[in-house]
Design a protein around this ligand. Structure first.
Ligand code: F6P
Length: 348
């Protein structure tokens, strides 16, 4: 193994640059590996030499705390697994690190099936990759949500308002649950527990009887009422050609306005959750995963991904993660702890 590539697929997540740095420095310091960056994920893989970025020590200086990805990210696949394996051979890559979410890890698995040597690094702020306790980017996103919650409580409390804040997470409620727990939300609505408006109205009423004159609701973008469907942003979905969630927070706000004696305001934190400096936890996790991926390739491993289990970074079969998502367990400990401190889920 002499020359390896790295690409960052899907959406950006804080910590991607720390992974790139980890791979490059570990490659240079431990294994004598040359590392080539591939621009714009699988989208840039088709681009000939223009899509390549040789990465040396100087190129990764200062990357540890930088958000986004210096390589660029892309949700499009301009080619299939056989084509990408041919590209690897053309470029002279002996192995490839794919840092990505379920879509990119599925392509990584397909490349392995087509004869490629690929190691995956799970990445997403949503924390919904199967087979790992946590993905980097999640801690940074949740920190932003928690900070937003405390700011919103100041205004909600001062003006006796109901404040609805929509957060990301696709079809998993990890960001909403952890952000709501850390940000002292009163109600958390997640895709795994369909909610009823009646139940939310009752909670707000009960809080009023206890002289709690404001309510903070954190709602995941993929949450839905028990009698309704998931909200899609139709314009963005049409423009992107794939499902773009968004709008459920506003819909909930409008419906609550008719039912409660409070001013109701809603907002979406949207892509604010994806950018910015990774937290210390994410910098460390991303670095450890980059190093683990580089070492795996240097040791001749294939078809594995880096996973974080019981505070250890380990390797596991790529097929355990590819195309599989991990949801919040509605009967699990985090939901149970949230209920124990009085957080409602709109299902009581
Ligand atoms: O998967 C990460 C994520 O940020 C989701 O939480 C969100 O639904 C989606 O990506 C948004 O993607 P885009 O930036 O392409 O609209």
């Amino acid at each position: 193994m002499q020359r390896i590539g790295i690409l960052t697929g899907g959406g950006d997540a804080p910590g991607l640059n720390a992974v790139i740095r980890g791979v490059v420095l570990c490659g240079l310091n431990e294994s004598g590996l040359e590392v080539v960056g591939i621009r714009d994920g699988f989208g840039g893989f088709a681009e000939g030499d223009a899509g390549l970025m040789p990465l040396g020590r100087r190129d990764v200086r200062g990357l540890l705390w930088r958000g986004g990805s210096v390589l660029g990210c892309n949700n499009r696949y301009r080619g299939d697994s056989a084509f990408f394996c041919e590209r690897m051979a053309e470029i002279g890559l002996d192995g490839l690190v794919v840092a990505g979410g379920d879509g990119s890890l599925t392509m990584a698995q397909d490349m392995v099936n087509a004869g490629g040597t690929v190691v995956g690094v799970p990445k997403t702020i949503d924390n919904d990759v199967e087979g790992t306790d946590q993905t980097f980017g999640f801690d940074t996103a949740v920190t932003l949500v928690a900070d937003a919650c405390s700011r919103l409580i100041d205004t909600a409390e001062s003006h006796h308002r109901v404040m609805v804040v929509e957060v990301m997470g696709r079809h998993a409620g990890h960001i909403a649950l952890h952000g709501g727990l850390a940000g002292s939300a009163d109600i958390v609505l997640i895709p795994e527990i369909p909610f009823s408006i009646d139940s939310i109205v009752r909670v707000i009423g009960r809080r009023g009887q206890m002289h709690r004159t404001y309510t903070l609701i954190v709602i995941a973008e993929g949450a839905r009422p028990a009698d309704g469907k998931i909200e899609l942003d139709d314009d963005d979905t049409a423009a992107a050609g794939r499902e773009i969630l968004g709008g459920i927070g506003r819909q909930l706000g409008l419906r609550l306005r008719e039912r409660v004696n409070h001013e109701v305001r809603s907002l979406s934190l949207s892509h604010l959750q994806r950018g910015g400096m990774p937290t210390v936890f994410d910098r460390v996790l991303a670095t450890r995963m980059g190093v683990a991926a580089c070492r795996a390739l240097a040791a001749g491993k294939n078809s594995v991904f880096t996973t974080y289990r019981n505070s250890k970074v380990l390797l596991a079969p790529l097929e355990d993660a590819a195309g599989k998502t991990r949801n919040v367990n509605p009967a699990g400990r985090s939901v149970s702890s949230a209920r124990a401190v009085g957080i409602a889920f709109g299902d009581e």
